[in-house]
Design a protein around this ligand. Structure first.
Ligand SMILES: [Zn+2]
Ligand SMILES: [Zn+2]
Length: 245
C-alpha cells in the first residue's frame, strides 16, 4: 500500500499559498510546526540570557553585573526603576521588530512563549503587574491601524496569566516626529510632555506598573511615559521591551 505523506502535502500546499512566512529568513516556516519563525532562525536572535542592567535590562555579558546598572542608566538615570528586554537588535531581531512594527505582522507574537523560554526571569518580571502599552497617537493608529505595543502587552499578559493590560489609561497628546535620526537629548526634547494619563484614569490598587514598548533605544520615550505616571501619583514604574538597540 502506498503511504501518503499527508503532513508533507499539507505543508507543501500551505507554502504555496502562504510563502515566505518566517519573519527572519522569509522562507516557509512551517517545517518546524511548533513556531511561527523557524526555530533555527530564532537561534539567530541575540537573546539576553545572562547578566543584565537592572534598570533597562540590556545584556552586560563578560562580567558579573548582577544588581548593577549599565553606563547609560548610570549617566542618565531614568525615572523608571527596573526593566527587562528580550534581545539585542542584531539582524534577526531587527527583522522581527520591523515586521511587527511596520508590516503589522502580529503573528510574530505567536512565538512569545518561545521568546520567554529564552530569556530567564522575564515572565516572572511581568507576572502580577499591570501592563501599560506605550500609546500611539490617534493619527498614527489611523494610518497604521494598530499599536504594536498594545499587541505585545496583550501577548505578554496572556502568558503571565494574571497580568492586566491597561489599554486605555494613557494617551499620546503630541504626535512626535520619528526619532530614528535623533540623539539622546534630541529624543528627550522630542517626547517631552508627549504623554498624559487620561482623565478619570485610576491605577490605585495596582502594586506594579510595567510600561511595554517594542524597542528600547535611549529610553527617552519610556521615561516620558514614566514621568506622566509618576506625576499622577504612581509610586514605581518599570519597563519591559522586546528589543534593545
Ligand atoms: Zn526562518
Ligand atoms: Zn541600563
Amino acid at each position: 500500500m502506498i503511504e501518503i505523506d499527508w503532513k508533507g502535502w499539507k505543508r507543501a500546499l500551505f507554502d504555496v499559498f502562504f510563502p515566505g512566512d518566517c519573519p527572519i529568513c522569509e522562507r516557509a516556516a512551517y517545517l518546524d510546526e511548533v513556531s511561527f519563525a523557524c526555530l533555527a532562525c530564532l537561534d539567530e536572535v541575540a537573546w539576553i540570557e545572562k547578566s543584565r542592567c537592572k534598570t533597562c535590562g540590556v545584556g552586560m555579558d563578560g562580567m558579573e553585573y548582577a544588581g548593577l546598572s549599565c553606563k547609560n542608566c548610570r549617566e542618565f538615570p531614568p525615572l523608571f526603576t527596573f526593566g527587562r528586554t528580550m534581545f539585542f537588535l542584531n539582524k534577526a531581531g531587527q527583522s522581527l521588530i520591523h515586521q511587527l512594527k511596520y508590516d503589522g505582522n502580529k503573528r510574530i507574537l505567536e512565538d512569545i512563549p518561545l521568546f520567554l523560554k529564552r530569556v530567564p526571569g522575564y515572565l516572572e518580571f511581568i507576572t502580577g503587574a499591570v501592563l501599560i502599552p506605550v500609546p500611539s497617537h490617534p493619527k498614527k493608529i489611523r494610518q497604521r491601524g494598530y499599536n504594536q505595543s498594545a499587541w505585545i502587552a496583550e501577548a505578554l499578559a496572556k502568558e503571565a496569566g494574571v497580568s492586566t493590560v491597561a489599554y486605555d489609561c494613557m494617551k499620546r497628546v503630541r504626535n512626535t516626529s520619528t526619532q530614528t535620526k535623533l540623539d539622546r537629548s534630541e529624543r528627550m526634547q522630542n517626547v517631552k510632555n508627549a504623554f498624559a494619563l487620561k482623565d478619570g484614569t485610576c491605577l490605585d490598587g495596582f502594586d506594579r506598573v510595567v510600561l511595554v514598548d517594542d524597542v528600547y533605544t535611549t529610553g527617552a520615550t519610556l521615561d516620558a511615559c514614566a514621568k506622566a505616571l509618576i506625576d499622577r501619583g504612581t509610586k514605581q514604574v518599570e519597563v519591559a521591551t522586546l528589543g534593545h538597540g
